[in-house]
Design a protein around this ligand. Structure first.
Ligand code: S3P
Length: 443
């Protein structure tokens, strides 16, 4: 059932809030914990629907996965190559990351796995992982256009490949690297634009050999050596910078706000939004920078700021790919034009985010232009009207972006369905209302 919510002008945001664990790192912690020999204890795991599905899948593939009373997760892995054929279809829900990474993992295990997902995931392109994994020896049967549901029969004798990514995608890179773990020899992925490197960092932490070199002709070549001895270990998941983006932008937009968000991941391949907001004039401080299980983190202090429009270069897209919806909201309150380019990939996310943002912003009274792979927002420095009901297309980030929009608009903004927020940020409404937001269920 749809869950409509309404967000009206917030009080100045104040206080400190715990943003949930990083979604990308949470998926990977469960997958590597399930492959490693011995026990891994994961703290700070995101308990959103996407990640809980990955946990269920790792169990279905034979690993021991349990949530303990203190909120930590204990995994007991199968050892390299030790996954078992799942006895039922793996339902990945809304999760592109879960689906694509797991396809890589099972592609070099000699059994058949069936994958499906919700309506959104069943419409998303999977050819980008099917092609390289087929070259490694796996066989796929999919719906037309390489869509889910699909079946993959893994190969007992995988071929190591060198593969240049046709799209900048950490999911595709990671799928190939995970397949490479159970492949003799070296598997190499070449990426012309750097994408998030959580798989590389965590694999090294679990004991694998991963080499990163400059690629001929530009970019980087990432090589994983087959049959590593992965050993169980503790993983402390940083708070998700992509989720933190919503309270951060809310605090920037609502006058008189000052909030603190401890332990946010600051991996430079994830912080394009923060760089952009600083260029727009945002007052964001990164206190106590430190390392947490191989990932950089810091405590964020954010104060409301007057923002100005900027040009966001296309090269920055991979480091902020999930943050364009909330940046577009910030841009609608800024003074001057913000041009966001190189956004073609946004059309194949949980929804067509370019179209969803353009329509929603226009409905809220902002001046916006949608091009094939750009979004241009003409900020006037005046507060947009709001007073609209926005279609979220079961997309968590569209829903959260427009609830933030309502916190600072002249009149309330409603979203038609906020259900999808549970995929990545289940306590979003409580956290935001705790800081000063006024988000309510529409009766
Ligand atoms: C992710 C990579 C990105 C991102 C997604 C998470 C990951 O997708 O949009 O939310 O964890 O590897 P692409 O790699 O397809 O761009």
């Amino acid at each position: 059932m749809a869950k409509p919510l309404s967000s009206r002008r917030a009080s100045p945001l104040a206080g400190s809030a715990r943003v949930p664990g990083d979604k990308s790192i949470s998926h990977r912690a469960l997958m590597l914990g399930a492959l490693a020999v011995g026990e891994s204890v994961v703290t700070g795991l995101l308990e959103g629907d996407d990640v809980l599905r990955t946990a269920a899948c790792m169990r279905a593939l034979g690993a021991e996965v349990e949530r303990r009373d203190d909120g930590s997760w204990r995994l007991f892995g199968r050892g390299g190559g030790g996954l078992m054929e799942p006895s039922d279809i793996l339902d990945m829900g809304n999760s592109g990351t879960g689906a694509r990474l797991l396809m890589g993992l099972v592609a070099t295990h000699p059994f058949t796995t069936f994958f499906t997902g919700d309506g959104s995931l069943r419409s998303r392109p999977m050819r980008r992982v099917i092609d390289p994994l087929t070259r490694m020896g796996a066989r796929f049967v999919s719906r037309d256009g390489g869509r889910l549901p699909l079946a993959v029969t893994g190969t007992a004798q995988p071929t190591p490949i060198t593969y240049e990514l046709p799209v900048a995608s950490a999911q595709v890179k990671s799928a190939i690297m995970l397949a490479g773990l159970n492949t003799a020899g070296e598997t190499t992925v070449i990426e012309r634009e750097a994408t998030r490197d959580h798989t590389e960092l965590m694999l090294r932490n679990f004991g694998a050999t991963v080499r990163v070199e400059d690629a001929e002709g530009g970019g980087r070549a990432i090589t994983v050596a087959g049959f590593p001895e992965l050993t169980g270990r503790p993983v402390q998941v940083p708070a998700d910078p992509s989720s933190a983006a919503f309270p951060v932008v809310a605090a920037l937009l609502v006058e008189g706000s000052e909030i603190r968000l401890p332990g946010i991941g600051t991996n430079p391949l994830r912080t394009g939004l923060y760089q952009t907001l600083l260029e727009m004039g945002a007052d964001i401080r990164f206190d106590n920078p430190r390392d947490q299980a191989g990932e950089p983190v810091a405590d964020l202090v954010v104060r409301s700021s007057r923002l100005k429009g900027v040009d966001v270069p296309a090269e920055r897209a991979p480091s902020m790919i999930d943050e364009y919806p909330i940046l577009a909201v910030a841009a609608a309150f800024a003074e001057g034009t913000t041009r966001m380019r190189g956004l073609g990939e946004l059309r194949v996310k949980e929804s067509d985010r370019l179209a969803a943002m353009a329509r929603g912003l226009a409905a809220c009274g902002a001046a916006v232009e949608e091009e094939r792979d750009s979004l241009i927002v003409h900020g006037t420095g005046r507060i947009p009207d709001g007073d609209a009901t926005v279609a979220t297309h079961f997309d968590h980030r569209i829903a959260m972006s427009f609830l933030v929009m309502g916190m600072a608009s002249a009149r309330p903004v409603r979203v038609d369905d906020a259900e999808a927020i549970d995929t990545s940020f289940p306590a979003f409404v409580q956290l935001m209302n705790g800081l000063g937001a006024k988000i309510e269920v529409v009766e």
